[in-house]
Each structure stands twice: as C-alpha cells, then as structure tokens.
Design a protein around this ligand. Structure first.
Ligand code: HGY
Ligand code: MN
Ligand code: MN
Length: 402
C-alpha cells in the first residue's frame, strides 16, 4: 500500500466518525444547524479530537473554537480550519472537510517529525452558512468586528430562539487582540463547481471571492377568499413575488451575474386563500461590485413597478453583504507556486473572505467530481481528500515550521 493510499484510509476512518451526525435518512443530506443538536455533537467531537492530539481548545466568546498545536498566547500563529454547520439538506463536505483535513495535516507533520516554530490553530467557525440565524459567516464577522455583537445577539432562528440564547450568553464581539495573534489563515474547502474536473487536478488555490449578499423582500397585499374575490379586485402579493423572482433571474443573466431565490415564506399559506404577505430572500452575486449593485437596483425597480400594478407594497431589506475579496496576492501566489496548483475564483462565500480583510488569507479547493454543492450530491474522493491533506500539510510546514 502506498503512503497516499494509507493517508486516504486514515482520512476515511476519521471521516466516518462524523459522517452519520445530522444525516437525514431520506435525502442523504445534512441538517447541521449552528449550535443545534447535531452541530453541538460535532463540536464535542472536535474537542475530543483536539484532546487526543493534546491540543488545548480555546473559545472566543462568539461560538468559534480553536484547537492549538503550540502555545495559544505565543502570537504569529497560523490559522486553518473551517465550519461544521450545513445548509438544510446540504452535503457532507462543505465545511467539515476543512476541519478534518486540518487535524490530519497536523498528524502528518507530527508523524514526519516536523515541529512548528509558531503555533498552528485549527478553527471551527460557527454559523458560516447563515442557515439558522440568517447572517452567513456570523462567527468570523463577530470575531473581526465586521458585525456588531448586539445585532448578532438579537438574530432569531425560525423557532424564535436568539443567537445569544443559543450561545448561552451575549456574544463578545470583536477580539482584535486574538485576530492580531494570527499571521495567516488558510481554509481548505471542497470545490463548489467543476473547474478542477476540467483541469484534471485534485487541488487548487483560490484567487478571489465574488462580492455577494442577501436581500429580503417583503410583499404585502390583502388576504382574501380564493373563491369569492373577483380577479380584478385582488391585491395578491404572490404575483409581485413571482414577477420579482423572474426579474431577478433575467437581470442576472443579462449581466453575467447570479441571482437565486431559494427561500420563501407565505402568510397565511392556505391553498384556498389569497396570501396577505409573501417574503422572499434574494441571494445575489457578481464578479464586480458595480454589477452586483446594478443587479439589485434593477430587481428592486422591477419589483416596485410590479407592486404598483398589483396594488401591493414591496420593501427590500439588505440582510448581509460581503465585498469583493481578492486573496492576499503574496500568500495565494506563494502557495500556488509551492503546490504547483491551478488558481480559481469562486462565487461562494467563506469565513476566509471575512478574515481576508484583517490578515493574509488563502484557500485551497479540493476537486468535487459532481461539481454540486449545498446538496446531498456534493462529493470528493478519499484520494483527492488525501491530496488536500498533503497540500495543507505542506502549506502549514511552509508557514509555521521554519
Ligand atoms: O453561501 C455561500 O456562499 C457559502 O457556501 N457559505
Ligand atoms: Mn456553503
Ligand atoms: Mn463552506
């Protein structure tokens, strides 16, 4: 058996420990809501893995965990890791792959007798997907002060539980002295497209994350009887909603951008009643910030115009926006040269995109044969995951071990 096969086997053994946690029997996808029962099990698993490796775990008061190889207070630390939470019925790899790979990369370095001259920290960031409390990268935004602690504390999930309640107290918010202890962050992630399949390469280095954000549009009309209300007398918010979704798709296509409405809530949600209110969530992304702004402005204008015709009202609220992230040229370029890996940009958001505003940051992507993500069809082979671990170990050796 080759060394690589052996590493693929070690990857599979560790991966299988978490594979059943939060998996839904029917869809094969995962329900791993931040601080929910399954993510809490994964956090306990993380602590246990850290303890096995004699890596002390610290918390930052915002729900983020850090397992340290080396002295946590020493400074100049190299940060790696990712997140455990998933989108509803999401795949296995988005997030956990970065944490499992980081633990195995530490094992690889130790087995090779390599010791860090500066600490290595493995992070498990909380609520990266925003699937429970609505704001993505909630943990890294809090840690860096991009998001105000009071606003985060008051965010509520679908059951009305606040983030502060789920966390067990008000989040601490910005921790500049902790952020200042990190000299670099490298997040390994499953690729969320098919570029590496086309390039026939197992691992890539990221160059940039598209600017992206989430906007809620609330359309209000008049609830009424489906059988007795004449068509001409209706003020039906579902029509305004439907038109807005189509307009978002069209405006995005016209600009080479991406627009998605993947979540909707309807009041009263009855088959035989005209709704009184429809709320949709627009996820919009584009390569350039001005394209994104133009797209959202155009969708809003179309929604307002349609609301006028429908006798409804529409209000657009920005819930979160992440600006364009160009990963630190020096670090990304250095890692691409080190690994002799291709470079890719992405439309997906990551904690690395938030931290990039505060320290040199880079990402590694691992090939995904289906190219599908945020779905049970997301995948990666054990051999490619082993290649990811090897690449990350080389990166940590380069950044932390001499
Ligand atoms: O939504 C995103 O881009 C991500 O995968 N968190
Ligand atoms: Mn994701
Ligand atoms: Mn992710």
């Amino acid at each position: 058996m080759s060394v690589t096969d052996d590493l693929a086997g070690r990857f599979r053994t560790l991966w299988d420990e978490i594979a059943p946690i939060g998996r839904v029997a029917g869809s094969g996808g995962y329900l791993r809501y931040a601080l929910g029962e399954h993510e809490v099990l994964l956090r306990a698993w993380f602590r246990e893995q850290a303890a096995r490796r004699e890596m002390p775990v610290t918390e930052d008061g915002n729900g983020n965990l850090f397992a340290w190889w080396g002295e946590p207070d020493a400074g100049d630390a190299v940060l790696t890791g990712s997140h455990f939470d998933s989108v509803p019925h999401g795949g296995a790899y988005d997030g956990p792959l970065g944490i499992v790979s980081a633990l195995l990369a530490v094992d690889e370095l130790r087995a090779a007798g390599v010791a860090p001259v500066r600490p290595v920290a493995v992070a498990a960031f909380v609520e990266e997907e925003g699937a429970r409390f609505g704001v993505p990268c909630l943990g890294s935004r809090l840690l860096t002060g991009v998001l105000d602690a009071d606003r985060a504390a008051g965010l509520r999930d679908a059951a009305g539980v606040s983030f502060a309640e789920a966390l067990g107290g008000r989040p601490t918010g910005a921790r500049p002295e902790l952020v200042g202890r990190f000299s670099a962050f490298v997040e390994l992630h499953v690729e969320q497209g098919r570029a590496l399949v086309e390039l026939d390469a197992p691992v890539a280095v990221a160059t940039a994350i598209w600017p992206h954000g989430r906007w809620r549009f609330d359309v209000t009309g008049e609830g009424n009887h489906a059988g007795t209300t004449r068509m001409a007398d209706r003020r039906d918010p579902m029509l305004t909603y439907a038109f807005t979704v189509l307009a978002a798709n069209k405006e995005a296509r016209l600009r080479g951008a991406h627009a998605t409405v993947g979540r909707v809530s309807v009041e009263s949600n009855a088959t035989n009643a005209i709704p009184s209110k429809v709320t949709g969530w627009l996820d919009a992304r584009a390569a350039e910030p001005e394209t994104l702004t133009g797209l959202v402005d155009a969708v809003q204008a179309k929604a307002v115009e349609r609301a006028r015709r429908d006798g409804t009202e529409v209000a657009l609220t920005e819930e979160s926006v992440t600006p364009l992230v160009a990963f630190d040229g020096g670090l990304g370029g250095r890692l691409a040269a080190l690994l002799d890996a291709p470079v890719l940009s992405t439309g997906a958001g990551h904690d690395a995109g938030v931290l990039a505003g505060h320290l040199p940051t880079a990402m590694l992507f691992v090939r995904n044969p289906t190219g599908v993500s945020h779905s049970p069809a997301e995948s990666a082979t054990d051999a490619d995951c082993a290649a990811g671990v090897t690449a990350l170990a080389r990166v940590l050796a380069e950044l932390a071990c001499h």
